[in-house]
Design a protein around this ligand. Structure first.
Ligand code: G3D
Ligand code: MG
Length: 182
């Protein structure tokens, strides 16, 4: 990566987990208020720090209401990786998020795609840490072809977002290297 390559990332997760807020925080470096997403948003993000510096991320933020979830997999067809956003204050919906993630990663379209989970809204009282999110999403039970990582984030302040993007780059590179070896 680096130079002029553009990496395609699908940003998925249940509605109201904070996807659009994350996207615009990354894009404009400030908090932007959102409305529930109908369809999708797409932005190019220039990565300007960390080991992924110089690369361009095209991020597709896809509406997460249950009616639109069947569309998720069509956005992953061309993606190099998935950013999966969860609301880390909402244990009940984390179960729903786990079911949707498991379903998604079982599709042939997502085979072997690296996943970075954002344990978002970590500024709110009652939010759980990344280790617990990892457990509740049963990430250890994913097929070994999926590389994954959990980052604790706050889309309002941007905490953790740069780290998450950097990790996404790292996992995509790792995956490509592993593919080349085979
Ligand atoms: P979505 O795109 O996943 O559906 P949005 O989610 O980005 O539209 O965010 C849904 C609500 O969560 C928004 O609040 C947004 O401000 C809030 N939110 C997103 N990320 C965070 C976060 O890290 N911390 C806190 N405290 N709130 C967050 P409203 O009130 O506009 O519905
Ligand atoms: Mg949205």
């Amino acid at each position: 990566m680096g130079g002029n390559t553009s990496t395609q990332v699908a940003m998925l997760g249940l509605d109201s987990s904070g996807k659009t807020t994350c996207l615009y925080r990354l894009k404009f470096n400030q908090y932007t208020s959102t409305n529930p997403t109908v369809g999708f948003n797409c932005e190019k993000i220039n990565v300007d720090n960390g080991s992924a510096k110089g690369s361009v991320f095209t991020i597709w933020d896809v509406g997460g209401q249950d009616k639109t979830r069947p569309l998720w997999k069509s956005y992953t067809r061309k993606a190099d990786g998935i950013i999966y956003v969860v609301d880390s204050t909402d244990k009940e919906r984390l179960e729903e998020a786990k079911i949707e993630l498991t379903k998604l990663l079982r599709c042939p379209e997502t085979l072997g795609l690296p996943v970075v989970v954002l344990a978002n809204k970590n500024d709110l009282p009652g939010s759980i840490d990344s280790a617990e999110v990892e457990k509740l999403l049963a990430l250890h039970e994913l097929p070994p072809s999926h590389l994954w990582h959990v980052e604790s984030t706050c889309a309002i302040t941007g905490e953790g977002l740069d780290e998450a993007v950097e990790k996404m780059c790292e996992l995509i590179i790792k995956k490509k290297k592993a593919k080349r070896k085979r």
